[in-house]
Design a protein around this ligand. Structure first.
Ligand SMILES: *Cc1c(COP(=O)(O)O)cnc(C)c1O
Length: 407
């Protein structure tokens, strides 16, 4: 049987059984049609069963689905690398593939550490990260993360578990203090730029990232943007990396339009050159079995084409406008704050108990939702129509208006 994620199996409600999906809709085996307000963990940006991505995948399946990148190469991986090289800002040109965002983050952190080890700067063993950060569920990703659900690691391993990470809030004074005090031991500063997703849909300003870029340059640390969640328009920008350039950029989730798990860790020239020499020990020793999977690369190429040709940034701006219009004036004593950025809407409640029962309430109104912590949120597919979007926001408001939310 399936062991499901993030849930006490003993008390897990029966999950909705999905038998088909199309556009923004999930079809259940009991005949329900639900708008997916979560985009399958924020990844299905073009909706389900997209004809263009389906066709591209079918054609690739008839050639080959997968060959490894160890000693072999293939056109889908080369074409995606060329596309990313020209599409991503600045000199983010070197693409290292992995099968999930967590592994992409592991690769980025390994790159940053080894970059300095290769230069003989072996004292730079520490990573600066943000409070409430989420970077994935593998061990090093959990270590740089700061999600309460993972603090059992601290209990299990004691303080030593965090010996190589420092966490700061998203304020410029805290940032400046961290660099002033710890710059000699820092190899990288890793952030989810502008929008911290799984840590509670927290939003902060671009000035913080501009200052981070300056300080990384001043003290020689690398800046890593984990855009696994924020990439491909979620913040309203194509990538936050378009505004402030990191040295290493990690993309995942929406990279393949949500079709197949895949991620890419993109390094700039400076980082790549820190590995490129005659010493075999300076090579990047990493190689996920399914890196550069041909189906994943094919889906990603098609997804990027749709994103560009479909003028997605205008679509996302429209989604943001509608969400702002619909949530304007909404207030409730049980609500701490309503936050909106690009294709993300979060209603943060004071007490998580307020959200108990919301999933069933929403499903009865034709919406699939999955609140977490104190967050009632929507991360919609960009192909959503106005009436579908309004259905999601109406459902959120109705939860409070109809007194269904417990006090
Ligand atoms: C989801 C996520 C990850 C992990 O990606 P997986 O594909 O689930 O391993 C890493 N970083 C951020 C910011 C994420 O939102």
């Amino acid at each position: 049987m399936i062991w499901y994620p993030y849930v006490q199996m003993k008390h897990m409600p029966t999950p909705y059984n999905i038998v088909d999906a199309e556009g923004v809709y999930l079809m259940t085996d009991d005949g329900r049609r639900l708008i997916d307000s979560v985009s399958s963990w924020w990844s299905v940006i073009h909706g389900y069963k997209h004809p263009a991505i389906n066709a591209a995948l079918k054609a690739q399946v008839d050639r080959f689905s997968h060959v490894m990148l160890g000693g072999l190469s293939h056109e889908p991986a080369r074409a995606l690398s060329r596309r990313l090289q020209e599409w991503l800002p600045g000199d983010l040109d070197y693409c290292f593939y992995a099968d999930s965002g967590s592994v992409g983050v592991e690769v980025a952190l390994k790159m940053a550490l080894q970059y300095f080890v290769n230069r003989g700067e072996t004292q730079r063993t520490c990573v600066l990260a943000l409070e409430h950060a989420y970077h994935g569920d593998t061990f090093k990703a959990m270590e740089v993360g700061d999600d309460e659900d993972y603090h059992f690691i601290l209990t299990a391993y004691g303080a030593a578990a965090k010996a190589h990470v420092r966490h700061i809030p998203t304020t410029i004074p805290a940032l400046e203090r961290a660099f002033a005090e710890h710059h000699a031991e820092l190899n990288a500063f890793i952030v989810e730029p502008l929008l911290q997703g799984a840590g509670g849909m927290r939003m902060y300003g671009i000035d913080f990232l501009r200052r981070a870029r300056e300080l990384c340059d001043q003290y020689g640390a690398l800046l890593i943007f984990d855009e696994v969640a924020t990439g491909f328009g979620r913040t309203g920008h194509r990538f936050v990396a378009d505004l402030v350039q990191p040295d290493i950029l990690v993309l995942g989730k929406a990279l393949t339009g949500g079709y197949i798990g895949h991620a890419v860790t993109v390094a700039n020239h400076k980082v790549y050159e820190g590995f490129y020499d005659d010493n075999p020990a300076h090579a990047l020793m990493h190689g996920p079995t399914f890196m550069g999977n041909a189906l994943a690369c094919t889906a990603a190429l098609e997804s990027i084409r749709l994103f560009e040709e479909g003028d997605y940034l205008s679509r996302i701006a429209r989604i943001e406008r509608i969400m702002r219009r619909e949530m304007e004036g909404f207030a409730d004593p049980r609500v701490r704050e309503v936050r909106i950025m690009g294709g993300c809407l979060c209603v943060e409640v004071v007490d998580p108990a307020v959200l108990q029962g919301y999933q069933e309430f929403a499903a009865a109104r034709g919406v699939f939702a999955r609140p977490f912590l104190c967050c009632l949120y929507a991360m919609v597919p960009y192909v959503i129509t106005e009436s579908e979007l309004v259905c999601i926001t109406d459902t959120m408001k109705a939860w409070f208006a109809e007194g269904r939310a417990s006090a």
